[in-house]
Design a binder for this molecule. Structure first.
Ligand code: B12
Length: 211
C-alpha cells in the first residue's frame, strides 16, 4: 500500500488493500504504516519539485480508493469505547486538505463518538455555531498548511472572548501542528495520528467529566 501511493498506482493499491483484509491484518495499521507513510514521501517529493500538484491529487485518489476497501473492516473494538461524546470536526479556513481529518472522523465514529464532519475550508464562525447547535463536547481542528494554523488559534480566541471556551474540549491536529503549538494557542490536546485522537478524545472527555 505504501508503494502504491508512492508509485501513484491505484490498481496496485486496491490489490494490496484486498490482500491485507484477506490476511486479516489490522486495517488501521495499514492506514498508518502504509498509506499515511506513502503520503509523507509524496509530500517530500512535492517539496523537492520531483512531482507537482497533479501527482499529489493522484496520490490522494489512490489513498481514497484504498480507504473504501478498508473502511468496512475497521472494527469498533479496535479502539477504546470508554466514554462517548459529540465531536464537531473540520479543516480550518483556507485549507482544503481532507484525508487526515476524514480518517480521524471515521475512527472517532467507530470508537462510539457522534461525529459532525463539517468538511474543509470551514469558517471560524461555523465551527462555533455548529458546536453550539449540536451541544458538542469536543471541537477538532485540522490544519495542513502553516499559513492556516492561525485559524486554529482564531477559534479558541473567539470562544474565549464570548466566554464559551470552557464548554468545549479543543483538539488540534495536522502535519505542521505540534504539542508546542497546542500549548501556545491554549488547545486541550494535540493528536499526531488518528489513532491517538481516539484515545485522546476518550481521555479528555473523561477528565472533564462532561458525560
Ligand atoms: C494530499 C495532499 C494534497 C491534496 C489534498 C487532497 C485531499 N482531498 O485532502 C491536494 C492536491 C488538494 C493538496 C493541495 C495543496 N497542498 Co498539499 N499535501 C498533500 C500531502 C501530500 C498529503 C496530506 C495527506 O493527506 N496526508 C495523509 C494524512 C493521513 O495525514 P495527515 O493529513 O497529516 O493527517 C494525520 C495527522 O496529521 C492527524 N490529523 C489530521 N488532522 C487532524 C485533526 C485532529 C483534530 C487530530 C487530533 C489529528 C489530526 O491524523 C491524521 C491521520 O493519522 C501533504 C504532505 C504531507 N506530508 O502532509 C501535502 C502538503 C500538506 N501540501 C502542501 C501544499 C503547499 C499544498 C498547496 C498549497 C499546493 C499548491 N501549490 O496549490 C495546496 C493547498 C490547497 C489548500 N488551500 O488547502 C504542503 C504544505 C506546506 C506547509 N507546511 O504549509 C505539504 C506539506 C506538501 C509539502 N511538503 O510541501 N495537497
Amino acid at each position: 500500500m505504501f508503494r502504491a501511493i508512492v508509485d501513484l498506482d491505484e490498481e496496485e493499491g486496491k490489490r494490496a488493500g484486498v490482500k491485507l483484509i484477506k490476511e486479516k491484518i489490522d486495517p488501521v495499521e495499514g492506514i498508518e504504516k502504509g498509506l499515511s507513510k506513502g503520503m509523507k514521501i509524496v509530500g517530500e517529493k512535492f517539496n523537492n519539485s520531483e512531482i507537482y500538484l497533479p501527482e499529489m491529487i493522484m496520490a490522494a485518489d489512490v489513498f481514497n480508493s484504498v480507504m473504501e476497501i478498508l473502511k468496512p473492516h475497521i472494527s469498533a473494538e479496535r479502539l477504546d469505547k470508554v466514554k462517548r461524546g459529540t465531536v464537531v470536526i473540520g479543516t480550518v479556513k483556507g485549507d482544503i486538505h481532507a484525508i487526515g481529518k476524514d480518517i480521524v472522523a471515521m475512527l472517532l465514529e467507530t470508537a462510539g463518538f457522534t461525529v459532525y464532519n463539517l468538511g474543509t475550508d470551514v469558517a471560524t464562525s461555523t465551527f462555533i455555531e455548529e458546536a453550539r447547535k449540536v451541544n458538542a463536547d469536543i471541537i477538532g481542528l485540522s490544519s495542513l498548511l502553516t499559513t492556516t494554523m492561525p485559524s486554529q488559534k482564531d477559534v479558541i480566541d473567539i470562544l474565549k472572548e464570548t466566554g464559551d471556551r470552557d464548554k468545549y474540549t479543543i483538539l488540534i491536529g495536522g502535519a505542521p501542528t505540534s504539542q508546542d503549538w497546542a500549548d501556545e494557542i491554549g488547545a486541550d490536546g494535540y493528536g499526531e495520528t488518528a489513532e491517538s485522537a481516539g484515545s485522546l478524545c476518550s481521555e479528555l472527555v473523561a477528565k472533564k467529566r462532561i458525560i
